[in-house]
Design a binder for this molecule. Structure first.
Ligand code: ADP
Ligand code: AMP
Length: 216
């Protein structure tokens, strides 16, 4: 059992690869983005504030996301946790380290998914996902076999995200370079960093990630 972080800018392919690891290895995906989108629909004051921040492409405060993760990591970890979109700041990384230690768990690898910005606009603006099973699609590179129907679960609940537009993406990338990319040095210094070519085909990225997992 291994616990890993998938690190990379929006559109790097973290969710796509996390889904493969859930299906293939019984790992448990912990996506703070998914958790926050769920909170957004609650209609509470906190939910409304979070929705505004996310729509602008800014980061939600550390306290909120750390609280969400804290609730999950005492639960069942199956074949291991995949942290997807968390941590995104140095304080979040420190908090995760402390929480893992406190719960007697290890963090085994941090996989940086390298892509260049030019690819990200096309990836983000073409993305849609299944609201039922989380399968990730793309208008051009990964369409559903039957229009409007999820290949994986047959649902017709296919969704696009409100922040998957060019303006919000610009802000999301700024946040990534300013606040999240320092984590590359942070985990490198701890000897935990591995990188994979996120521009390769989905299957090839999956193979590269599997190699890292099997070594950890
Ligand atoms: P993230 O979770 O890092 O934001 P996603 O996994 O949602 O990224 O992927 C963003 C978009 O790019 C999706 O539409 C997905 O289908 C597509 N995508 C993911 N990985 C690849 C890849 N290796 N090659 C081409 N397109 C990809
Ligand atoms: P994602 O689904 O990972 O692309 O995240 C979507 C949005 O949710 C981000 O642009 C942020 O507004 C918010 N978010 C997700 N994870 C975090 C995090 N770890 N810290 C702060 N904000 C987050």
């Amino acid at each position: 059992m291994v616990n890993i972080i998938l690190l990379g800018p929006p559109g790097a392919g973290k969710g796509t690869q996390a889904k493969r690891l859930v299906d293939g290895r019984g790992m448990v995906q912990l996506s703070t983005g998914d958790m926050l989108r769920e909170a957004k629909t609650s209609g509470t004051e906190m939910g409304n504030r979070v929705a505004e921040v996310m729509a602008k492409g800014q980061l939600v405060t550390d306290d909120i996301v750390i609280g969400l993760i804290e609730e999950k990591i005492t639960g069942n970890s199956g074949g291991g946790f995949i942290f997807d979109g968390f941590p995104r700041t140095l304080p979040q990384a420190d908090a995760l380290g402390r929480l893992m230690e406190k719960t007697g768990q290890s963090l085994d690898a941090v996989i940086e998914m390298r892509v260049d910005d030019a690819a990200l606009v096309a990836r983000i603006t073409g993305r849609f996902t299944c609201g039922q099973c989380g399968e990730v699609y793309h208008d051009q590179t990964r369409p559903t076999k039957v229009a409007g129907t999820c290949d994986a679960c047959g649902s017709h609940d296919l969704r696009r995200r409100a922040d998957d537009n060019e303006d919000a993406l610009k802000q999301r990338l700024l946040e990534y370079y300013k606040k999240t990319s320092p984590l590359i040095g942070y985990y490198y210094a701890k000897g935990m960093l591995a990188d994979v070519d996120g521009l390769a085909q989905v299957d090839a990225v999956g193979v590269a990630i599997a190699k890292v997992l099997d070594k950890s």
